[in-house]
Write a protein that binds this ligand. Structure first.
Ligand code: ADE
Length: 260
């Protein structure tokens, strides 16, 4: 999968893509990142990407021309050029062009799973005072918000989207971290995890995890997932399709290691 990030702040994006799992995924060819500096598509001496809004009002507005030029480049030529060359036009893939914007649709694991199947996504980092609305109307295919809060710009949202997409590429995670085990993969929150030491400041790892009774451990994990989801995320809990066994388990006491 190819992920292009169009930004005025490449210095904010590049280090994150060159770290840890994202870096490894790129090295393995599972994902190809391109960070595009919007200023490279300006034509004036000051490399201006924003301007004052028509009719006044606060803040600056991101200009359409550099954005259109950057997108033309990433999409392989302007649409004008494509006209008259139908073969090239047909061959040209149709990537999603995604504007990060707090007014967009909510980014979710479900959307990440769908979009992880795409071959090419372009993320355009917006800035909240606004992008010239003609960009939204004519040049983007989707608008995404990462949550109901306003950030200084779309760089962090773009990284969040790129991260969620990358870890879903086959082979990006080790086997033991398979994405189908994730929280949200079945609308269930994850069960608690522990590692050594067995005891720290008197806080003990549940005995059940030390006993090696795998059926019992599975039961304990499921019990914790069901209880945590019901308590913390009733919205997700409502979407679950549970079996009679699940209901019985949830109503029972927390599974415990047999007393020796
Ligand atoms: N830009 C600023 N805030 C944002 C948000 N919550 N989601 C996406 N883009 C944004």
């Amino acid at each position: 999968m190819r992920i292009d990030i169009v930004t005025t702040l490449p210095e904010m994006i590049t280090p994150a893509l060159e770290t840890s799992i994202l870096k490894r995924a790129a090295e393995r060819g599972l994902v190809e990142f391109r960070v595009v500096n919007l200023r490279d598509y300006t034509r004036d001496k000051h490399r201006t990407t924003d301007d004052a809004p028509y009719a006044g009002g606060g803040g600056m507005v991101m200009k359409i021309e550099p954005i259109a030029a950057a997108l033309d480049d990433l999409l392989g030529g302007s649409s004008d050029e494509a006209q008259g060359n139908e073969e090239a036009f047909a061959l040209r893939h149709k990537p999603k062009v995604v504007l990060t914007d707090p007014r967009g649709r909510q980014w979710t694991q479900e959307l990440a799973r769908q979009w992880a199947q795409e071959s090419h996504i372009i993320l355009l980092c917006g800035h909240y005072e606004g992008v010239d609305d003609r960009v939204r109307q004519n040049l983007v295919t989707d608008e995404v918000s990462i949550g109901d809060y306003v950030l200084t710009g779309g760089e962090l949202p773009a990284l969040i989207i790129a991260d969620a997409l990358t870890r879903l590429q086959a082979g990006a995670l080790g086997d033991s971290e398979a994405p189908d085990k994730d929280t949200f993969s079945g609308n269930l929150l994850e069960y608690p995890h522990y590692t050594r030491p067995r005891e720290f400041r008197g806080w003990r790892v549940p005995d059940i995890l030390l006993g090696g009774n795998h059926a019992l451990i599975e039961k304990w994990r499921r019990w914790n997932q069901l209880r945590a989801t019901r308590e913390r995320r009733p919205d997700l809990f409502a979407k679950l399709e549970l079996t009679a066994k699940d209901y019985a388990l949830m109503e029972s006491e927390e599974p415990a290691a047999p007393v020796e």
